[in-house]
Design a protein around this ligand. Sequence first.
Ligand code: MLC
Ligand code: AMP
Length: 513
Amino acid sequence: MTETIFEMFSKACAVHGSKVLFELGDRGDISFDAAMEQSRRLATVLRDLGVQPGDRVAVQIDKSPEAVLLYLACLQTGGVFLPLNPAYTGAEIDYFLNDATPRVFVCQPKALHQHSVRQTGTMSTETLGTRGEGSLMTRAASVQPLPRPVTRTENDPAAILYTSGTTGRSKGAVLTHGNLASNCEALLDAWRFTHRDRLIHALPIFHTHGLFVACNMALSAGATMIFLPRFDPDHVISLMKDATVLMGVPTFYTRLLQSPRLTPASTASMRLFVSGSAPLSTRDHTTFSERTGHAILERYGMTETGMITSNPYDGERRPGAVGMPLPGIEIRISARDRGGRLPDGEIGAIEVRGPNVFQCYWHMPEKTASEFRSDGFFVTGDLGLVDADGYLRIVGRDKDLVISGGYNVYPKEVETLLDAQPGVEETAVIGVPHPDLGEGVTAIVVAKPGAARDERSLLAGLSGRIARYKQPKRAVFVEELPRNVMGKVQKAELRSRYSNLYQHDDTTAGEKA
Ligand code: MLC
Ligand code: AMP
């Protein structure tokens, strides 16, 4: 039977207990043994707060080693870990808490006052800051470690990650212990990841990539994480001399390539650079090889499935391709409308089946059923083909989704808010090529007759309503939106029309358009 992540972590502790798990620079390091001890104390705290197997533990906190220990604690109690992006605003958090009804909600100490209105009779609110401050670690200091973890099987839920719906409400993807453990095992093997590795961890930890790929692998292998609060290209390059692996979204590589310090010498100790969560441009792939001698290993995954395919560790890592299925995972390319396998080389819907595929969408049985074929294949919403050598290539998306710097933005959510702004007749939100973020969220807007066309004030109207990364970088006013004969807005036509919008624009994340 597949072990759980906590069992894999326990085994790593038994062998590598005195090794550093979190390397933290100025804060002092945390060993595997110390991490185990603290996570067991946190497990006692969660149990004392009433967490029973199956109860949700929601966290909206900044990245810290204690946040990972809380995840491990949750797994020990049988709780279901539910991480939320700290960038989410009040309205977004309200939705998640109402939908998931967690037993415990952990927030940043500075945000406690604004969450007091969300207090319910059944939910405890605790705090955790980036240096371990807050109520949770204070409680942990005065309890005994949990003697033994609650027994879990591979079909028990371990985590819920929310992923926005293309048409409506966000969906909570329920991932089981078996999903997480099997995917981790497959990746350890595929990428030859061992206790000798030193991973530069600069990703956020509330998504699949930073938590279930990067952290789970280090926790299970007995490897050290050089744990950074955020991605800073020059700092990351300076760490490479003492590291072996970097996992990043394509924007990491775009920004690394802008530094003259990225050279064969500065990357000489590194054995592996992994990219995923969004397409890596063939230009960045090729330039990175030329500049460093390292071929980036691109892989493909999703919240609902963990990692699906990977370019080979040994063998050609092809620019523009995401490789072959990981061991134990099947993919097929099907006709988009009716299903049914298509011959290799033809473009169709990418479908996946295996122990990595999530259990269900939380409390949405119809939605779950509609995204699976009758033989158990999950329809990813991505379009691709398998080339003559068996490499999967992603060529587009069947879902209305923008990926900006590795974060997913669902146009419908942004359009609904923009349409409600004064003077707006209708909008179409699209992703167009952006030199830094891969795709830039862009609003195409039809103003009401006689209304002012003020890009700046229109975008300012979204401030505080949705997370900043979802807010369009630009808004472009047009007379009308192109429609097909059925009246559907032709987003492909808009994407092509505005494909150069950011080409000569130095606007990077954060600069107001
Ligand atoms: C930050 N901002 C963004 C943004 N990230 N805007 C658009 N898209 C993004 N991705 C905004 C902030 O809100 C802020 O706005 C300003 O940019 C600067 O913020 P920052 O925090 O300083 O940004 P920066 O550190 O430069 O972050 C960029 C980034 C980061 C690319 C390093 O977004 C990142 O770490 N992305 C990784 C996302 C990820 O892990 N995805 C995996 C999903 S799992 P303002 O106005 O407040 O200044 C998945 C499955 C799989 O997809 O296959 O892996
Ligand atoms: P998420 O829902 O955040 O897990 O995002 C998953 C989506 O990211 C996938 O369905 C793909 O569209 C996209 N994605 C992940 N990895 C890659 C990749 N290597 N190349 C292209 N798209 C990717």
